[in-house]
Design a protein around this ligand. Structure first.
Ligand SMILES: Cc1cc2nc3c(=O)[nH]c(=O)nc-3n(C[C@H](O)[C@H](O)[C@H](O)COP(=O)(O)O)c2cc1C
Length: 323
C-alpha cells in the first residue's frame, strides 16, 4: 500500500516540506509504505505540446517522467500533492509535472485504455499560502481535480492553510498536527485492514502481472493486490501488454519486482503461485494456492490470450471466494 508524496516547493525545509513529511510519517505509523518525489530537484521538462502522446500514448521528452514518475503515479494507491501557492497556482516545476500527466490523460481519453488502478486510487492536497484571501485555493482545487482525473485518481480531500509565509510558520500552527493525524487516519486507516493477496511467478513479466491487474480492476479497493517474481525480468512482456490492451487494460509503466524485496516490506494473507516452483516462498501461516498455468513468454500470441483469459476467470473466482 504505497502513499506517494509530491513535494512541490523549491524550499527543501519549508512549510510545504513540513506538511508533507508530517503526513507521510502518520501514513507510515498506520502501516503504509511511502515515497517522496522532491519535484523541484528532478529533471522534469515542461510539456511542449507535441501531441505525440495522443497518438502513441507515450511522451517523446526524455527525462525523469518516463518511466520513473509515470510508474510511481501508477503504483501509488494514494497520491498526496503538497504545494505552496505561487500566484494562485503551483510553482512552475510542479506545474510541469502536472502538464506532463497529459500522457496519462491521453492513454485514458484518446486511446480509451483503462488503468486498473483508477477505480481505487485517491488524491489528496496539502497547500498553504502567505495571504488570507478567501479565494486563495480556488484555482488549485480545479487544477487538482483534473490532474487527479488524468492520473487515474479521485480527488478526495485537502488541508489548506492561509497566512503561512516564512520558513517555520507551518510548524507553529496550533492545529496542524491534529489535522494531519485525523486526515491520514481517515484516508489510510480503512485500507490497512484489507486482505493482502500476492500473485507470484518467476519473472513477474506475464502471469502475475496479468493476475494483479485483473484483481485490481475487479476488486477495486477491497483487496491489497501485490505481485512479484522469484527471478524478475528486466521489463514486463510486450506481448502480454498487447493482449491486455485488447481487453482495454493499460499495463504501461508497470515494473517487475523481486519477491524478496516485496516480502521484506509486507506479509501477505494469501499467495497465489504460478510456476515459480521451489523458488516461491513458503511462509508459515500464509495460505498458498498454486495455479498450474503454462508460461506464455516466448510463445504465440494465441497462447498469451489463452493464459490471460484463464487467469481472468480464476481471479474473478478468487475474489468471490475471498469476499
Ligand atoms: C514566486 C512566489 C509567488 C507567491 N505567490 C503567492 C500568492 O499568490 N498568494 C499567497 O498567498 N502567497 C504567495 N506566495 C507566498 C508563499 O506561498 C509562502 O511564502 C509559502 O509559505 C511558501 O511555502 P514553502 O515554505 O513551502 O516554500 C508566493 C511566493 C513566491 C516565492
Amino acid at each position: 500500500m504505497l502513499v506517494l508524496g509530491l513535494q512541490g516547493s523549491p524550499r527543501k525545509k519549508g512549510n510545504t516540506a513540513f506538511l508533507l513529511s508530517t503526513f507521510l510519517k502518520e501514513a507510515e505509523n498506520l502501516g503504509a509504505v511511502t515515497h517522496t518525489i522532491d519535484v523541484c530537484s528532478r529533471n522534469i521538462k515542461p510539456c511542449m505540446e507535441y501531441t505525440t502522446c495522443e497518438k502513441t500514448g507515450f511522451c517523446p521528452i526524455k527525462d525523469d517522467m518516463d518511466p520513473e514518475i509515470y510508474s510511481m503515479l501508477r503504483q501509488a494507491e494514494i497520491i498526496v500533492t503538497a504545494t505552496p501557492i505561487f500566484f494562485y497556482s503551483t510553482p512552475a516545476q510542479l506545474k510541469a509535472l502536472i502538464d506532463r500527466s497529459q500522457t496519462l490523460w491521453a492513454r485514458k481519453y484518446r486511446l480509451k485504455l483503462t488503468d486498473p488502478g483508477r477505480k481505487w486510487r485517491q488524491g489528496f492536497l496539502l497547500s498553504l499560502g502567505a495571504t488570507r484571501g478567501k479565494n486563495l485555493f480556488e484555482g488549485l482545487h480545479l487544477t487538482m481535480k483534473y490532474f487527479y482525473d488524468a492520473v487515474g485518481a479521485s480527488y478526495v480531500g485537502s488541508l489548506t492553510y492561509r497566512h503561512i509565509e516564512n520558513q517555520g510558520d507551518m510548524e507553529k500552527h496550533p492545529t496542524v498536527l491534529d489535522d494531519i493525524k485525523a486526515e491520514a487516519e481517515k484516508l489510510i486507516g480503512p485500507l490497512m485492514s484489507r486482505k493482502k493477496v500476492l500473485f507470484a511467478c518467476r519473472e513477474n513479466a506475464c502471469r502475475s502481472q496479468m493476475a494483479s491487474a485483473f484483481a485490481q480492476y475487479q476488486a477495486g479497493n477491497r483487496m491489497d493486490v501485490l505481485s512479484a517474481g522469484s527471478s524478475p525480468a528486466e521489463q514486463i512482456n510486450p506481448t502480454m501488454v498487447e493482449t491486455m490492451q485488447e481487453k482495454g487494460i493499460d499495463m504501461a509503466f508497470r515494473k517487475t519486482k523481486h519477491l524478496d524485496d516485496l516480502l521484506n516490506t509486507v506479509t501477505p494473507d494469501i499467495i497465489i503461485t504460478m510456476g515459480c516452483g521451489e523458488a516461491c516462498p513458503f511462509i508459515p501461516g500464509v495460505k498458498r494456492q498454486d495455479w498450474d498455468l503454462p508460461d506464455p513468454a516466448g510463445q504465440s500470441i494465441e497462447m498469451m490470450r489463452k493464459v490471460r483469459d484463464e487467469i481472468e476467470k480464476r481471479v474473478i473466482k478468487l475474489i468471490d471466494e475471498l469476499s
